[in-house]
Write a protein that binds this ligand. Structure first.
Ligand SMILES: [Mn+2]
Length: 252
């Protein structure tokens, strides 16, 4: 299976920890060091990575322009590496028609429903595009303002994995690395306690994999203590490879 990998080095609105823009480049650096046999799949034989390059948008409009232009070149399974969560809006909107995407599933500690221009507003921005087909899982920290938006527009906050089984039709899956517990992966834009573990994550991927047609990983912020960064980078990319292995399993 061929994956078109697009990096989006954009973290203009990250507020607490910055550095998500460094992830796409570091992904390619660490990749050769990680075990290729993941979840029963030998990725060196079954997965082919077509590097679409890394775009570096200057601002929100530039993000929309550059991402949509690049994603038009995409003919295989799109795998997008952020960058902050804002990139999901540009990518999901661009790919919606062509890939007949019906649903967007977002794994995140936050509902990102703020009325702002930043990464904390991505679900609010996606709402006019996907309406009742937005599903959020892993949410555990929100503002009163966001809660009001969620209630008013009936955004689906899922609390049990089994609820994901009811999602039918093509899925764009967006993974904010802060969905994981900070004890597993603390290098994220906005860490929150009580996150999910990788076992739970793999269960989620197994359920959704047959429907997933595009995926992104966002908000991993490799900056700070260098040696420790490398370890967490290794873990983040391992999680991506596990996801790829499950998608290959489901699609073959
Ligand atoms: Mn988040």
């Amino acid at each position: 299976m061929i994956f078109d990998i697009l990096g989006i080095a954009y973290d203009k609105s990250q507020s607490f920890r910055k550095g998500a823009k460094y992830f796409p480049e570091l992904f390619w650096e660490i990749l050769p060091k990680i075990e290729t046999y993941q979840n029963g799949i030998e990725l060196s034989e079954k997965a082919f990575f077509n590097n679409l390059g890394i775009i570096k948008p200057e601002n929100f409009q530039d993000l929309i322009d550059k991402a949509s232009k690049k994603l038009c070149e995409c003919v295989n399974f799109p795998l997008i590496l952020g960058g902050e969560h804002t990139i999901t809006f540009a990518c999901a909107k661009t790919l919606k028609e062509r890939l007949k995407i019906k649903n967007i599933v977002i794994l995140d500690a936050h509902p990102d429903c703020e009325d702002s221009q930043g990464h904390d507003s991505v679900v609010r921005k996606l709402f006019p595009v996907f309406k009742e087909n937005i599903y959020l899982y892993g949410i555990r920290c929100m503002s009163k303002n966001e809660e009001n938006f969620i209630e008013k527009y009936k955004i689906k906050l899922l609390s049990d994995i089994s609820e994901l089984e009811n999602i039918n039709g093509n899925v764009y899956l967006s993974i904010d690395f802060d969905v994981f517990d900070p004890s597993i992966l603390p290098l994220v834009g906005n860490p929150e306690v009580n996150g999910i573990d990788v076992r739970e994550f793999e269960k989620i991927i197994k359920i959704l994999a047959p429907e997933i047609v595009a995926i992104d990983f966002v908000e991993f912020t490799p900056s700070g203590i260098k040696e420790l960064d490398k370890i967490y980078l290794y873990l983040a990319v391992t999680i991506i490879l596990k996801t790829i292995a499950e998608i290959i399993k489901a699609k073959s």
